[in-house]
Unconditional design. Structure first.
Lengths: 222, 232
């Protein structure tokens, strides 16, 4: 099963490496969102760092929605998903493969968004980097677990551009709250202070990657 | 089942009248908040009915994925619609009370945040069904959402508690706080809850029947279309 999952992952990475579509569009959007938030808040320099966690996570969630959506749009074009489903592969492996691909994509986005926010909102990242990476990874996996499951739904529904955010945003509240609170705690005093929000993020990851593995078959089979 | 369907509207009607009589005539006015506190006897039962609806969605969704029976899918739709209806009532009655008591219509207290998030999850559920038509795939997608939604409820609850709060805890007195001291107040709450619950169950049954009839109409129309196609 893992071999099949990695084959799917390799396919997605290869497609992305050749077209660079998802990454390019999501990155430009991400940069724009950070800029728009910073301008809209227009915070004085000493207050700007306080906004950083919120800006990081809201930007991440909105660019992530776009990126994950793309990763299923390419499956829909030319009925690629039907082709993949014809292969003797467990749908759970398909889910894991798409999930890993999305986690990778979202991770690259985070690696761009976070330093950008740090520079624009005057946050010193270097001393807290390892703790911050942990927070970002947990949030990334949680986001990707549900986004991968529901992008497979909405890509085939009507009004899909609206449906994915409408379905995902309320369900992703724990990622948003946990991510923001954990980031705040890490920036203020290190990992020890971030226990509760980290636990929320970890629980979210476990529950919804399991749910995704179990339920993905119901979403893609015809 | 037919007997239940015949009796339910009467039961709900009598209970609603009894609850209204208790709320507006019998129950004493709360000493500190005054007359506005009476909205509590509508607000809290509606919240319970909303949760009941959402758990019906989850149970029926799981049953649908397990058995594939269309009846389970219809029950899930009914649960979602009734749940969203009562959740909307909670979100309307709450601010009416909050404005004189807290001085604001809305605050980002964990319970309020939780309620509005729940409302949007199941409003999204209804949107998905509405936008996506009637195919069998849609029923399966909706069932997946129904299950994920109920799994999310506890996690969202814990996560919003990381925000700050001021909502009163009336029945689950955490630190030996207020609670409903007066027995008439408790009685009123229980009767009102039964009334709302009976109303919710009746509405769900009506909704399930409508969905079943709609399914029948679609099937009949398909047969007619097929025959006309054969004649032409």
């Amino acid at each position: 099963m893992l071999r099949a999952a990695f084959a799917i992952l390799a396919k997605d990475v290869r497609i992305e490496a050749r077209t660079k579509e998802s990454l390019a569009s999501a990155l430009v959007l991400g940069v724009l969102l950070v800029v728009v938030f910073s301008i809209a808040h227009d915070a004085p320099p000493d207050e700007a760092p306080r906004l950083a966690p919120a800006v990081v996570w809201v930007t991440f969630i909105f660019t992530g929605l776009l990126g994950v959506q793309r990763s299923f749009v390419i499956e829909r074009e030319h009925e690629a998903l039907a082709g993949v489903l014809v292969a003797p592969v467990d749908p759970a492996a398909l889910y894991v493969g798409k999930l890993l691909g999305n986690v990778l994509l979202l991770g690259v986005m985070q690696a761009i968004i976070v330093p950008l926010v740090a520079v624009l909102l005057h946050v010193d990242l270097v001393p807290v980097l390892p703790a911050l990476v942990l927070v970002l990874l947990l949030g990334n996996l949680g986001f990707a677990s549900l986004a991968t499951l529901f992008a497979a739904v909405t890509v085939r529904a009507r009004a899909r551009e609206v449906m994915l955010p409408v379905l995902l945003l309320p369900l992703l509240v724990p990622v948003l709250v946990g991510g923001v609170k954990a980031t705040q705690a890490v920036l203020a005093g290190g990992l020890a202070a971030a226990g509760e929000p980290l636990a929320v993020l970890a629980a979210f990851d476990v529950i919804f990657t399991t749910a995704g593995v179990l339920l993905f078959e119901q979403v893609v089979r015809d | 089942m037919r007997l239940v369907d015949a009796l339910l509207p009467w039961l709900a009607g009598v209970l609603v009248l009894a609850a209204l009589w208790l709320i507006f005539v019998v129950v004493p006015t709360e000493a500190q908040m005054g007359i506005i506190q009476r909205i509590f006897y509508v607000h809290v039962p509606c919240a319970w009915a909303a949760y009941a609806g959402f758990f019906v969605v989850a149970g029926a969704s799981a049953a649908y994925l397990w058995t594939g029976r269309p009846g389970a899918d219809r029950l899930a739709v009914a649960g979602a619609e009734v749940g969203v209806l009562f959740c909307t009532l909670v979100l309307i009655t709450g601010p009416i009370w909050a404005r004189p008591i807290w001085g604001v219509w809305w605050t980002w207290d964990p319970r309020l945040t939780m309620t509005v998030i729940l409302w949007s999850i199941y409003a999204g559920y209804l949107l998905l069904r509405g936008f996506a038509g009637e195919e069998e795939a849609v029923a399966r997608w909706a069932a997946v959402l129904g299950i994920v939604g109920v799994l999310a409820i506890p996690v969202i609850r814990v996560s919003v508690r990381l925000l700050q709060g001021i909502h009163p805890a009336v029945l689950t007195t955490r630190e030996g706080g207020s609670g409903l001291g007066d027995p008439t107040m408790r009685l009123t709450l229980y009767v009102a809850s039964l009334a709302v619950l009976a109303l919710a169950v009746w509405l769900m049954r009506v909704r399930v029947r409508i969905a079943a009839l709609a399914g029948e109409v679609t099937a009949l129309r398909r047969t007619v279309d097929a025959r006309e196609g054969a004649v032409a």
